[in-house]
Design a protein around this ligand. Structure first.
Ligand code: ZN
Length: 109
């Protein structure tokens, strides 16, 4: 089923559907990681020749540009801060509860 989806995908170089070129027999799938911070690229090609030609060119930058990453990093930070605050709040309530329990049981008197 996944093969059917891949075979109808367009070649990353010429744009022809993989199934239209030799029935997708020579279809080539590439996963590339490059750069720093690393950029992950995956692409399919109708033939190995097209894959090789694509590889000989400069690799594309990530499809999602920097600003999206920055905003997601900020969201991660916000989630982390919120989580830390919740943990501290929970700890505070726990200490308050322990203190109240000690008072109730007659400790410190
Ligand atoms: Zn092609």
């Amino acid at each position: 089923m996944d093969d059917a989806v891949e075979e109808s995908a367009p070649c990353g170089l010429c744009g022809r559907r993989l199934i239209d070129v030799g029935g997708g027999a020579d279809a080539t799938f590439l996963e590339v990681t490059h750069g720093e911070p690393s950029v992950y690229v995956e692409e399919v090609f109708c033939t190995q020749q097209h894959a090789a030609e694509w590889l000989s060119r400069p690799l594309p930058a990530r499809a999602t540009p920097e600003p999206v990453e920055t905003s997601s990093r900020w969201r991660d930070r916000l989630v982390a801060v919120t989580f830390a605050f919740s943990v501290l709040w929970g700890l505070g309530l726990m200490l308050l509860g322990a203190w109240a329990a000690v008072r109730l049981l007659g400790g410190w008197n």
